[in-house]
Design a protein around this ligand. Structure first.
Ligand code: PLP
Length: 476
């Protein structure tokens, strides 16, 4: 249906500046036509649709001209921040030269060059890059590759996948089956069979309470191994884990040895290890890849988001040499999988330029230098009564809120809704901070600022949260 002029944002003098009547019109059109993702749309029948129109550095502006510090990098995406002319120019140039060609039986220079660059950067023998558009597609690709790899190497019975409770791995049906958030799977059941969950590394509310970090590590790894044994190792294809698990609130490994032990279990039973780094790659934890931060060698890294800092969509499954070997040895074999827009030339060109900026401006070193300070700033909020835990790594951190610090007593559902969505989220916005409130696990506020953020921005986040959480505490 045609609804008169929609040219609101282009009618202004400067790009991204919207006159007041234009902002009203955008609201009307958004309410009428836009279906926002993971969004309770009914809420926006009457509430203002937050409409972001431009960005610069670590800040974004909405259609009413209000400025926000983006403490979430969009959605864990914008590593090098907003408003980079250099990346826009590279995208424009690539669009003029070759705006599109598939990587189906063909190649193009940006895909070849970015694959080579990623192979060079990725640890060990992760030398083969299968491009996608999104993170879910990267995870879906890794799942299908794991199954087909086992099939063509004489293990057709290996199809099962193990991942961790509460972990989010994406929305396509395979990735969703790997995801450990029951509420996200429920509307689409039945899920495909063969997907199993083991406890995650939550240390504030550990699956096995009362243990030292070392003993907890061993207990978690033993549970993984037991699950493989119970299912039958000859039926298990892969284990998917994030270096730091997002859903549940930035769950770090309990000890430096955790992932090494997971790797050993996978090796013992011929199971592939997939490091889902859709969030954790490209500097988020202070290293290029999350697996480098925790010193383990996966068979596949799945990634997206920060690969282009969001200047164009692109994802990838970065695979070990051994995974492609059977497909090289038998000329009649293909990995039976692909996406029209996977490895899009503009995305790949932008990905290369993004890595150039990250390296030239020492963006990852910035995270390595300031990540711990960020952790200390958030830990400094623990004197506020509802702050139960602060955790995370690098520029990827969370605050868990509790009714009682001493006993870790949880809020009930109604209080969580009232506090997170009724008080904390709107107050952060009022004070000019974008962060994420999330209750897929226990209620947390999450922060993942652009990796160019300096101490000023990190302090602004902590100062704002002191105000917001102190006020929220007073309501209890
Ligand atoms: N895997 C992880 C660890 C993620 O955090 C996400 C998204 O946040 C995905 C997969 C899915 O990525 P996308 O939203 O690009 O499909």
């Amino acid at each position: 249906m045609r609804t008169t002029s929609t040219d609101v944002s282009r009618s202004t003098a400067r790009p991204g500046e919207i006159p007041p009547d234009g902002a009203d019109r955008l609201q009307e059109l958004a309410r009428r036509h836009l279906w926002m993702h993971f969004t309770k749309m009914g809420h926006f029948q009457h509430a203002e649709v937050p409409t972001i129109v431009r960005g610069q550095g670590c800040n974004v502006w909405d259609s009413r001209g209000r400025q926000y510090l983006d403490g979430l990098s969009g959605l864990f995406v914008s590593q090098i921040g907003y408003g980079r002319h250099e990346l826009a120019a590279v995208a424009a140039e690539q669009a003029e030269t070759l705006h599109y060609y598939p990587v189906w039986s063909h190649a193009h220079p940006p895909a070849i060059e970015l694959a080579t660059r990623l192979a060079d950067l990725a640890p060990g023998d992760l030398n083969r890059v299968f491009f996608t558009v999104s993170g879910s597609e990267a995870v879906e690709s890794a799942l299908k590759l794991a199954r087909q790899y086992h099939r063509v190497t004489g293990h057709p019975g290996r199809y099962k996948v193990i991942s961790r409770a509460t972990a989010y791995h994406g929305v396509t049906l395979g990735a969703l089956a790997i995801t450990g958030v029951p509420a996200l799977r429920e509307p689409f059941e039945p899920m495909p069979g063969g997907f199993f969950k083991v406890p995650n590394t939550n240390q504030y509310r550990p699956a096995f309470p009362g243990l030292s970090d070392d003993v907890l590590t061993d207990a978690l790894v033993a549970t993984l191994e037991q699950t493989i044994l119970t299912e039958g190792p000859e039926t298990v294809a892969a284990v998917f884990m994030e270096p730091v698990q997002n859903a549940g609130g930035c769950l770090t490994p309990p000890t430096p040895g955790y992932f090494r032990k997971v790797r050993e279990v996978c090796d013992r039973h011929g199971v592939l290890l997939v490091s889902d780094e859709v969030i954790c790659a490209f500097g988020r934890l202070g290293r290029m890849f999350g697996c480098e931060r925790y010193d383990y060698q996966p068979d596949i890294i799945t990634t997206a988001k920060g690969l282009t800092s969001g200047y164009s969509p692109l994802g990838a499954a970065i695979c070990s040499d051994r995974l492609i070997e059977p497909f090289l040895e038998d000329e009649s074999l293909a990995f039976a999988h692909g996406f029209t827009f996977g490895g899009h030339p503009v995305g790949c060109a932008v990905g290369l330029a993004n890595l150039d900026v990250m390296q030239r401006e020492h963006v990852i070193e910035n995270v390595a230098a300031n990540g711990e300070y960020f952790g200390e700033l958030l830990a400094g909020l623990r004197d506020i009564p509802i702050v139960g835990d602060t955790r995370g790594d690098g520029y990827f951190r969370a605050i868990e809120i509790v009714r009682d610090q001493e006993t870790k007593e949880r809020f009930d559902r109604a209080d969580i809704e009232r506090l997170l969505r009724g008080t904390i989220a709107p107050r952060m916005v009022e004070l000019g901070l974008i962060a994420r409130v999330d209750d897929r696990g226990d209620p947390v506020i999450q922060f993942a600022p652009p990796l160019i953020a300096g101490r000023d921005e990190l302090e602004q986040i902590a100062d704002t949260m002191r105000t917001v959480l102190t006020e929220a505490s007073a309501q209890i």
